[in-house]
Design a protein around this ligand. Structure first.
Ligand SMILES: NC(=O)c1ccc[n+]([C@@H]2O[C@H](COP(=O)([O-])OP(=O)(O)OC[C@H]3O[C@@H](n4cnc5c(N)ncnc54)[C@H](OP(=O)(O)O)[C@@H]3O)[C@@H](O)[C@H]2O)c1
Length: 331
């Protein structure tokens, strides 16, 4: 077996962070039950934070980012996985302080890995990646809050809609029968959002003009929010009775304001979504949905495939809020 492998490494010198392609040794990977030869990873906002030394993700450098990986088991210390099995690993500590999916090999605890479900290809799994998993968890949580009422004849709203979590959320909600309003900062992406299934498109300014504080008209039944800040405040003022917002991100800042009115007058809920530390069974459940009743036909069309050599440009782009759809990384 190859003892060296290629990876995109972030390093730090005197407070400055740099990215380069390096040769690493498999023997230097952390201890773990599974050695996996990575086929694909994907780019998430958190990877860009880790790759550029932004606080709160990675403590020690040099480091190989990549919170997502799919690939084949090369060596297994546990009976649940055998050599050649295809596995998906997302979240937990992968790519944070454990060497991640932007390298040809990872070694991880078996408790971080699920078998690639039948019906989902390696490429499809990483076209979704953590962003898709988060979209799926959001939709699942909203359905659960609404007592599995389904999404037919619901009105939904998605913020950050051209980004990773946003674009998959628009596609999924639309597939499930919801009438989706997509909020975006990108004036030129109306065609893209319509192709995902959005029925209405609002600029961020139009959202501010449409929704009223501290409580306004009931405009949407459910929301998926990755922005936080003003956008989340406005979504909360505009839900119908019994409606809810699932929030997962903070691209618009870590804080938001709200009054008590949506909660006590309309029984609304704000549901927090974590895709990282949740039980493996919950992740597996969402992946099974994507392999079955949630299979998304248009996934390929929203996904750009890049190699490790081209990833730095994409990292800059996601940090600037300029990505559209998903970035699949061929390892
Ligand atoms: N809780 C979890 O487990 C979890 C999992 C995955 C991601 N996240 C978080 O979710 C967020 C989105 O992740 P992602 O991978 O989807 O990122 P992404 O692909 O960069 O998408 C974010 C989108 O938000 C919009 N946006 C960017 N900057 C903005 C700003 N200043 N104000 C308002 N909107 C802005 C942009 O879309 P438009 O131009 O269309 O508005 C952008 O494309 C991040 O904060 C990430 O850390 C959390």
């Amino acid at each position: 077996m190859t003892s060296n492998f290629r990876a995109l490494e972030a390093s730090e010198s005197e407070g400055k962070f740099d990215l380069s392609i390096v040769e690493k040794k498999v023997d230097d990977l952390p201890e773990g039950d599974l050695l996996v030869k990575v086929s694909y990873s994907s780019l998430n906002y958190k990877d860009a934070m880790s790759a550029t030394g932004m606080p709160g993700v990675t403590r020690n450098y040099p480091h190989i980012p990549g919170i997502d990986a799919v690939g084949a088991v090369v060596n297994s210390e546990v009976s649940d996985f055998k050599e050649g099995d295809d596995v998906i690993v997302t979240g937990y500590d992968l790519g944070m302080n454990t060497s991640g999916g932007f390298g040809e090999y990872i070694r991880v605890p078996a408790t971080w890995a699920i078998h690639l479900p039948k019906g989902l290809s390696e490429k499809q799994s990483m076209s979704l990646g953590t962003a898709g998993l988060t979209a799926g968890l959001s939709v699942h949580a909203l359905d659960s809050f609404r007592k599995w009422a389904g999404f037919k004849e619901t009105k939904s709203i998605v913020t950050g809609s051209t980004g990773g979590v946003g674009s998959v959320s628009v596609m999924l909600l639309s597939k499930l029968g919801s009438e989706v309003t997509a909020v975006t900062g990108k004036d030129d992406q109306a065609d893209f959002l319509s192709s995902l299934g959005a029925s209405n498109i609002l600029s961020r300014e139009e959202l501010s003009e449409t929704a009223r504080k501290p409580i306004g008209k009931s405009l949407w039944d459910i929301g998926v929010d990755v922005v936080s800040g003003e956008a989340l405040s406005l979504l909360l003022t505009s839900l119908s009775p019994g409606g809810a917002v699932a929030c997962s991100g903070l691209v618009g800042g870590p804080s938001f304001e709200s009054s008590i009115f949506p909660f006590i007058l309309r029984g609304n809920a704000l549901i927090g979504i974590d895709s990282v530390e949740i039980p493996l069974k919950t992740k597996e459940h969402i992946w099974e949905h994507f392999a079955g009743d949630w299979a998304l036909d248009g996934l390929e069309a929203i996904t750009k495939e890049v190699s490790l050599d081209n990833l730095e440009t994409e990292i800059t782009s996601i940090l600037n809020g300029n990505q559209v759809g998903r970035v699949l990384v061929k390892i």
